[in-house]
Design a protein around this ligand. Structure first.
Ligand code: 6GU
Length: 230
């Protein structure tokens, strides 16, 4: 997979791409990440990429020209899935991560300021929001999408047999996990996990997942009950 990111703050990505699973995925050539500072594509002598809104009002609006020019500089951009990160986009979910994982080439635009010139939307396929709160820009949202997609690429996560146990893949939250020590300040590991009885352990974990989902995410619990009814 290839991911091109259009951003005014490419340095924000360096921590994410140079650590842990994402770094390893890059090193293994599972993904190539290309950061493009679209300020470099501004025709303005001061490299301006924003301007005041027509009709007046507060703040600045991202201009269409530098974004379009940067987009056109990307080889094969016509065939890529082109995404805008914006609070007005469709709410991002694990299901969408699985859809994006199948793409060969993603282009992700990170917004800033009060908004985009509406004509920028003409050149993109999809708008994504990562939740109902406001970030200073689209970078952290773009990193969220990239991280969730890259970890799904074949070979990105070594041992884990599958992603099926992930929260949300099956609409249930994960069960409680324990590791050594058996007793910490009187808080002990449930006996069933030390029993070596795999069937009983699986049953316990399933029950715990259901209980936790019911308590914490009644919305997901409802969806789960509906699905198991069918
Ligand atoms: Cl994609 N961008 C910004 N600026 N804020 C957000 C967001 C995106 N998703 C949630 N909040």
């Amino acid at each position: 997979m290839r991911i091109d990111v259009l951003t005014l703050f490419p340095d924000m990505f360096t921590g994410v791409i140079s650590n842990s699973i994402i770094k390893r995925a890059i090193d293994q050539n599972l993904v190539t990440i290309n950061l493009i500072d679209f300020r470099e594509f501004s025709a303005d002598k001061h490299h301006k990429v924003d301007d005041t809104p027509y009709g007046g009002g507060a703040g600045m609006v991202l201009q269409v020209e530098p974004v379009h020019a940067a987009l056109q500089s990307i080889e094969g951009y016509e065939h890529a899935l082109k995404i805008i990160m914006t609070p007005q986009g469709v709410p991002y979910t694990q299901k969408q991560a699985y859809t994006l994982k199948e793409e060969d080439h993603l282009i992700i635009l990170c917004g800033h300021y009060e908004g985009f010139d509406e004509r920028i939307r003409h050149f993109f396929d999809l708008e994504i929001s990562i939740g109902d709160y406001v970030l200073t820009g689209g970078e952290i949202a773009a990193m969220t999408v990239m991280d969730s997609v890259i970890r799904l690429l074949d070979g990105a996560i070594g041992q884990k047999a599958s992603h099926e146990e992930d929260s949300f893949s099956q609409t249930l939250l994960e069960y409680p996990q324990y590791t050594r020590p058996r007793d910490y300040l009187g808080m002990t590991v449930p006996d069933v996990l030390l029993s070596g009885h795999h069937e009983r352990i699986d049953t316990w974990r399933k029950e715990q997942s259901i209980k936790r989902t019911k308590e914490r995410r009644p919305d997901l619990y409802q969806a789960y009950m509906k699905k198991t009814d069918e």
